[in-house]
Design a protein around this ligand. Sequence first.
Ligand SMILES: *Cc1c(COP(=O)(O)O)cnc(C)c1O
Length: 387
Amino acid sequence: MPNKEMLLIPGPTPVVDEIYEALASETYAHTDPRVVKIFKNSLSLTKRLFNTDGEVFVVAGSGTLAMEMALINTVAPGEKLLVISHGYFGDRFIPIAKAFGIQVESLQAEWGKHIQKELVEEKLAEGGFKAVTVTHVDTSTGVMAHIEELIPVVKKAGALFILDGVCAAAAIDEDMQKTYGHPDYKLDVVLTGSQKAIGVPPGLGIVAFGPKALAAREAMAKVPGYYLDIKNWISIMNDPGKYFATPPVNMIYAFNKGMEIVMAEGLNNRYRRHAALGQAVRAGLKVYGMKPLAAEEAAAPTLSCIVYPEGVNDVEFRSRLAAKGMVIAGALASLAGKAFRIGHMGNVTEEMFVKAIELVGETLKEMGLEANMEAAVEEFKKVYHSV
Ligand SMILES: *Cc1c(COP(=O)(O)O)cnc(C)c1O
């Protein structure tokens, strides 16, 4: 089944045929050795993706469930959490924490900017924070956190570093054994969903716990959850032939295929491709007078939030594009109507974005604006091949 649409929203991202074929394979018993083998393989590839010496958990659910799983297994009710927020998805940790009685405080970036480490240092100096959450790429703003600056600050303060990688994993390096200036300065938890840069349909929450995060769970007598308690899952993830709760068998087939595609491309190649794509898409659109919300040093490889030039009606622009088979997303909160969001992650190609740049130009022209399509495509290609 070929993709009929160019789904360039911040997830789900385009699903390639091989993944659809895997998804449509026969549903066997969840304990059938053929399923167990595929599940095991997908878990070992997930460990490779995050390069973790801890444990990975792949469960039915979405990215939000993965966020919840990360929190309740590391921070107990009554303990303190600091949320570093670069927008809508960073903020989402606040109600999650509150739902579990976690004492939560937050640092809010101005939309489009990233939070400076000095501010975090100052806040953590108040003491007592068990963990800090950071959203790698905030899908509302297209801002990428500077984790290389934040990790040392958070770890020096003795807190766990929890990274929401939903809009980043498999497109931006999230190596959990990489150290940032000291052997202990590492990521502790990274989480994602199946439908963003991994390029699989929505349906799976994926969480990796490093040794310090696993120790934090061990130190808690209980957690306010059952399905989300990683202690109920550890033996399953080590032997998927065991039963705790029925895994979504067909989604596991699809996820395994998705992870094989990621590894066949190679992680470094994939990271480089996304870095190039992000810069090139923004450069191409700039030719049309469309400006990214985030400055290039804070802009994400996976997704861009682009401010409309004067005189473009958001709903009309996006519906015209949708009629041509290209789907993008509106902006959120105070940016609604003033900007759009375009995903450039997962199993997408250069050809797709040449087409996308052309369609945007065509649409602007239809709406009575000027658009130099040749120049925009040329700029896109030039930047794409120079990164
Ligand atoms: C999409 C997204 C989420 C939420 O994931 P769902 O699968 O929609 O629950 C969380 N964080 C980030 C950064 C996201 O991009």
